[in-house]
Write a protein that binds this ligand. Structure first.
Ligand code: CDP
Ligand code: CDP
Length: 213
């Protein structure tokens, strides 16, 4: 069973994906972390994230230690990630790992949940369940602000909103694997739904698909 969760920045994809994976005993892959690791490699080396050659090299030699780096979650890293994510060779370099994860979930698990921007359209076009999770840009920026505040980081709503919008535009506007719902994706607008409500709806959809017809 493969569950594909796509959507714009801070829509609640990761929170939902993690809970579904825990509930059903599936493996979870945060594909955004792969692009973030490439972006962060360049930031740490003082290289412009628009440097295609450096980004292609970083994606071909992914620095796995960065997955535990607190800077991986920073909005600046998200911005760098969305720049390298527009480069076709970078996407191609990261694709096999994601496809393999879905085809052979680690730990012998019977299913996988992947979240990102192109899971339903490119990485797992045959996924059993595709969800496109959205919320208004204002709601998403406020969620990110609260998250940062909770981590003790300075968080200005207007600056976060501008970053989130710029990133969404870049992700929707690129030629290669742009952010968009797959034709067979179910849209879930979470603007007025809390985490539990979103989880319950999604979990019911998974149960429907696990039950033999
Ligand atoms: O993975 P993505 O960037 O789409 O979002 P996330 O990291 O799962 O969620 C961003 C923040 O919004 C987290 O702090 C969640 O707890 C929160 N959230 C929420 O308040 N209400 C929801 N329905 C979903 C997420
Ligand atoms: O958690 P949040 O929604 O803020 O971002 P993320 O999922 O960690 O993704 C960071 C960036 O990586 C996105 O803005 C996209 O540009 C890129 N990305 C992508 O292009 N394709 C994916 N499957 C996942 C992420």
């Amino acid at each position: 069973m493969i569950i594909a969760i796509d959507g714009p920045a801070a829509a609640g994809k990761g929170t939902l994906a993690r809970r579904l994976a825990a509930e059903f005993g599936f493996a979870y892959l945060d594909t955004g972390a792969l692009y973030r690791a490439v972006g962060l490699t360049l930031l740490k080396r003082g290289i412009d994230p628009a440097d295609t050659t450096a980004a292609e090299d970083a994606s071909a030699n992914l620095d796995l230690s960065l997955f535990d780096d607190p800077e991986l979650r920073a909005e600046a890293t998200g911005g760098a990630a969305s720049k390298v994510a527009a480069m076709p060779r970078v996407r191609a370099n990261l694709l096999d790992f994601q496809k393999n994860f879905a085809a052979n979930p680690p730990g012998g698990k019977k299913g996988a949940v992947l979240d990102g921007r192109d899971i339903g359209t490119v990485v797992c076009p045959d996924a059993d369940l595709k969800l496109f999770v959205t919320a208004s840009a204002e709601v998403r920026a406020e969620r990110r602000r609260l998250e940062m505040e909770g981590r003790g980081q300075a968080a200005d709503f207007d600056a976060i909103l501008a970053d989130v919008r710029a990133r969404d535009e870049r992700d929707m506007g690129r030629k290669d694997a742009p952010l968009k719902p797959a034709e067979d994706a179910l849209l879930l607008d979470t603007s007025n739904l809390d985490i539990d409500a979103v989880f319950l709806r999604a979990a019911n959809l998974v149960k429907d698909r696990l039950t033999p017809q």
